[in-house]
Design a protein. Structure first.
Length: 134
């Protein structure tokens, strides 16, 4: 009953690696993130904003990693990923609707976010409730 399905372990591990890695990179290298995204780091506040956001991303990755070992965290982890990436996706969609601006990097980010959303929804809707216990 308390055993986690292999599919959940794989998904959580992928989410953990991706978000811990990207989050740590953004925290320790705001300049690298700024170059990747086109941000201008013109103030101490700009550095603080990038580090704060990427610390949040690291925290999500850490939660996914911990959920592999503490199975009762899995459901909450999927809910949190669904909520956070749902909000980010909606923000990007709203930006497109307001500005009509879309390029390949935005589209790639939206596809990656949609994938996280779909995976989270799938695992939450799984008929095997022992995989994501409350």
């Amino acid at each position: 009953r308390g055993e986690m399905l292999r599919v959940d372990k794989i998904i959580l591990l992928i989410l953990a690696i991706e978000h811990l890695g990207f989050g740590i990179y953004g925290f320790y290298s705001p300049e690298g993130i700024a170059e990747l995204t086109g941000y201008a780091l013109n103030s101490k506040f700009a550095y603080s904003e990038i580090r704060a956001y990427y610390t949040l991303i690291s925290g999500l990755g850490l939660m996914a990693f911990l959920a592999i070992f503490f199975h009762k965290l899995a459901r909450q982890t999927y809910i949190l990923f669904l909520f956070m990436f749902g909000c980010i996706f909606l923000g990007r969609l709203a930006n497109y609707l307001l500005t009509s601006q879309m390029d390949n990097s935005i589209m790639i980010a939206m596809i990656a976010e949609a994938l996280v959303i779909v995976l989270s929804l799938w695992r939450l809707a799984s008929k095997n409730r022992s995989a994501v216990e409350v």
